[in-house]
Write a protein that binds this ligand. Structure first.
Ligand SMILES: [Zn+2]
Ligand SMILES: [Zn+2]
Ligand SMILES: [Zn+2]
Ligand SMILES: [Zn+2]
Ligand SMILES: [Zn+2]
Ligand SMILES: [Zn+2]
Length: 367
């Protein structure tokens, strides 16, 4: 009980610290958080050249640090055969082996210098003349030179295609990209430079023409801009939600504090009541003892007085008995007869007194 209270206190303290951080420190903290994104949480090394893998929980690990997949008793049925599951070493969330992606963010940063990136103008993809492209066919997903555009528009099969002029297109779409291309899994030579909106995934030109025929697509850079904006909006919303959650959390914390304060207050009340009760009991006990002492004191005195009386009486009787024995043994008739009346009076007196004592005892027992 006490332990949990302590940890609650700790949470409160930590949160207060976070709130009291000046803006500058906050920034450093954020940079630190981003810094953690490109180092492996297992080996603490930078992901540079270590083939980082991204798990669905958004935690990344070097390929070699990724835990081996668990072959569960009931493996998921997949067209490619049974797959194992991987448990994230950081958050413990489990995912399927095939859902683990390459972390291309880090691959981007482990980039070849931008000077070597091809920045030449786009050439026609339709003919082998190596001439500069002036337009783009949306349906064929191809850059075309002037000649090929004319041919394209003459041929019946492609006459209805939408040709966009090069000037209408974003520079990124024209291939002036600083990013190292990622190649299609199926078409190893084709870079993934399109984004199929219908399937919500990256595609290469061949994919878009075959598997994703008639789907809506965008150039990577255009799609990136749109989706980035969307993600940024979502992030903002999420941050709002986080704030709300933080408020709830602080409510809970203050609730916990309140409960703790109440507990302490009631405990003190109880302790105070116990003290009061003990004091009251002591007071009552003392009164009773005093009453008892007063009562027994009277009784004591009475008994002691009786004892004294009886002792005096005993001495007197002994004296009368001894005198009488002495008087009868003295063989002096004159002397005996002379004081006989006095002796008889004294011999008869004790009987009355004894009767009187009995009566006194009887009387005392009644009290
Ligand atoms: Zn690692
Ligand atoms: Zn994770
Ligand atoms: Zn051409
Ligand atoms: Zn075309
Ligand atoms: Zn492809
Ligand atoms: Zn598609």
């Amino acid at each position: 009980m006490d332990e949990s209270v302590d940890s609650d206190d700790l949470v409160i303290i930590v949160e207060n610290e976070a709130e009291s951080l000046p803006a500058g420190e906050e920034k450093v903290k954020q940079l630190g958080a981003f810094g953690l994104m490109d180092t492996c949480p297992i080996c603490k090394l930078s992901f540079h050249n270590r083939e980082p893998k991204l798990l669905p929980c958004l935690h990344s690990f070097c390929r070699r640090c990724l835990p081996p997949p668990l072959r569960s008793a009931e493996p998921r049925r997949d067209p490619h055969g049974p797959v194992g599951s991987i448990r994230c070493p950081v958050c413990g969330q489990e995912c399927w082996e095939i859902d683990v992606l390459d972390n291309f963010f880090v691959k981007d940063s482990a980039e070849v210098p931008s000077s070597t990136v091809e920045k030449t103008s786009q050439v026609c993809m339709s003919c082998d003349d190596n001439t500069e492209a002036t337009g783009y066919c949306v349906e064929c997903v191809e850059f075309l030179c002037l000649t090929c555009i004319e041919a394209h528009q003459r041929v019946k099969f492609t006459r209805d295609h939408t040709i966009r002029q090069k000037e209408e297109m974003s520079p990124e779409a024209l291939g002036v990209s600083t990013q190292k291309p990622v190649f299609c899994d199926v078409h190893k030579q084709e870079p993934l430079k399109l984004f199929c909106e219908t399937c919500d995934r990256l595609t290469c030109r061949d994919c878009q023409l075959l598997k994703h025929k008639d789907h809506n697509y965008q150039f990577l850079e255009d799609a990136y801009r749109n989706h980035k904006q969307y993600l940024e909006t979502m992030t903002l919303q999420l941050q709002e939600k986080r704030k709300a959650i933080e408020e709830v959390s602080s409510c809970i914390n203050s609730g916990l504090q309140q409960v703790e304060e109440n507990r302490k207050a009631v405990t003190n009340e109880i302790k105070k009541s116990i003290c009061n009760l003990i004091m009251e009991i002591n007071r009552k006990g003392k009164i009773l003892i005093n009453q008892l002492e007063a009562l027994t004191k009277d009784h004591d005195l009475a008994l002691k007085k009786q004892q004294d009386d009886i002792n005096a009486l005993t001495r007197q009787l002994d004296h009368v008995i001894s005198f009488t024995k002495w008087a009868t043994a003295s063989h002096s008739g004159t002397a005996l007869l002379y004081c006989k009346r006095l002796v008889l009076l004294l011999l008869g007196l004790p009987v009355m007194i004894i009767l009187g004592i009995d009566y006194f005892f009887f009387f005392f027992k009644l009290i």
